[in-house]
Write a protein that binds this ligand. Structure first.
Ligand SMILES: [Zn+2]
Length: 447
């Protein structure tokens, strides 16, 4: 027994709501794209979102976590029933700003290199549309949006999880802009971000090197050691480091040096996040709803724009860029924009990235989808993603994801058996692997 009949009634309502409201929804996304606020400073973006939620009768709560003033929740209830959540992000990346053009034209300002303006507004639209449908069809329950700052290098959600902001949820549906459209059962990696500071003794490097003790040598020797260690780590483990302080000048033995690791295996000091735990029952249903909504479809003009952005890439390069998500059809290399839905969910296959949504997925059953919002062949955190996040190519991915999340939330609310099955799967997982928050209790965001 599924919920098909009910959802077939709801689908045209959601489609119509998006048709009628998409003009100002895309404007809100463009406003946040223009603001391009980096982690912990997303005050303007937060205001755009919270103003809209208040206008639509949502209850907005702020001041949820110490040191995270740009976090908020917005919820709308229609009586007792399950609480379904969606996640919004709205932080940009430093220095990635670009003009909207098919070639690289940097502005030297900050930029939405991970499309989080689309992510924040698409999920917001999903919550608003779901609330309207709940009212119209008399569906009981609560839809709740989590405004999550500092996804990029701040692990905002992990602090929010640690401090109980995500307590009391029944299910979560999230998305992220990327270069293809699919539902993903593929877990991400957990991450720890650690800095090691070495202290030595300064001395003139030419005249009295025997009196100095180089902190930089210590940092380099540590890195050499870690590179030997990597041979014996599982292939899914990634270790990345930069020497964030290597001294001031070669003619002075460095007294202080620091090496900064983004490590996947060891104890953390700065921030961290858990791997994602997608829920198969909910992902299957999300895929059904993704097919109902349909893939983002692009115009010839948008395809020509994407082709220009992809200049220099071979068909093999493009096909390879999607293989990591389990999209193995070599024919996709002929395209510049992905206008299909990939049915593969990549269960059991790790995708080597980390996200603070991982920790949310350990609080309640979570499904996740990705929507095409940039050319095939262009990675995240690229100038191409900045450009597409501010134009129609990105808007189309956002509207597809918004509709799919709204439909999935309503499907869960109207199908108690589905939620029960999803919870059974989730409870069994947590029994095998209990959740531990990776952050120390006293650690403050951005510290
Ligand atoms: Zn991102």
């Amino acid at each position: 027994m599924d919920n098909t009949q009910k959802m077939n009634e709801i689908l045209p309502f959601i489609k119509q709501w998006f048709d009628e409201n998409q003009a100002w929804i895309t404007r809100a996304s463009d406003t946040i794209w223009e603001l391009a606020e980096v982690k912990f400073t997303e005050f303007g973006s937060m205001k755009v979102l919270t103003d809209i939620f208040r206008e639509h009768g949502f209850t907005v709560k702020t001041d949820l976590v110490q040191g995270l003033p740009t976090a908020f929740t917005a919820e709308w209830s229609n009586g007792n029933g399950p609480v379904i959540a969606t996640l919004g992000e709205y932080d940009a990346l430093p220095g990635l700003g670009c003009e909207i053009a098919p070639e690289k034209t940097p502005t030297r300002k900050n930029g939405h290199g991970c499309g989080h303006n689309l992510l924040g507004v698409g999920s917001m639209a999903a919550a608003l549309a779901a609330a309207k449908a709940m009212e119209h069809f008399g569906i009981h329950g609560t839809i709740k949006y989590f405004g999550c700052p500092a996804e990029e290098g701040g692990s905002g959600k992990v602090f929010m999880v640690r401090d109980g902001v995500f307590d009391g949820l029944d299910a979560v549906a999230r998305w992220h802009p990327i270069n293809a459209t699919f539902v993903s059962m593929s877990p991400s990696l957990c991450k720890f971000s650690v800095r090691y500071e070495f202290h030595g003794k300064a001395a003139h490097a030419g005249v009295t090197p025997h009196l100095g003790r180089s902190a930089l040598d210590a940092a380099i020797l540590m890195d050499v050691g870690v590179n030997y260690l990597q041979e014996h780590m599982p292939t899914s483990v990634r270790v990345h480091s930069i020497i964030s302080n290597g001294g001031q000048s070669p003619n002075t033995v460095p007294e202080l040096a620091e090496i900064w690791y983004g490590v996947t295996v060891t104890v953390k000091v700065e921030n961290g996040c858990s791997e994602t735990l997608p829920n198969q029952v909910l992902c299957d249903r999300m895929l059904v709803n993704l097919y109902r909504v349909g893939a983002p479809l692009f115009t010839e003009e948008e395809k020509a724009f994407a082709k220009k952005m992809n200049e220099g890439l071979t068909e093999a390069d493009k096909a390879k860029s999607l293989r990591i998500y389990g999209i193995t059809d070599p024919e996709v290399g002929k395209l510049d924009l992905y206008d299909q839905i990939c049915p593969e969910q990549g269960a059991g296959k790790i995708t080597p990235y980390s996200t603070d949504s991982g920790d949310v997925s350990w609080q309640a059953p979570m499904c996740q989808m990705f929507a095409a919002a940039q050319p095939i062949g262009t990675p995240n955190h690229s100038w191409q993603q900045v450009v597409c996040a501010g134009m129609s190519i990105g808007h189309k991915g956002m509207l597809c994801a918004g509709q799919t999340i709204a439909m999935t939330a309503l499907d869960i609310l109207t199908d108690p058996a589905l939620l029960q099955k999803a919870k059974q799967e989730f409870d069994a997982q947590l029994k095998r692997y209990p959740y531990t928050n990776p952050l120390p209790a006293e650690l403050l965001p951005g510290a």
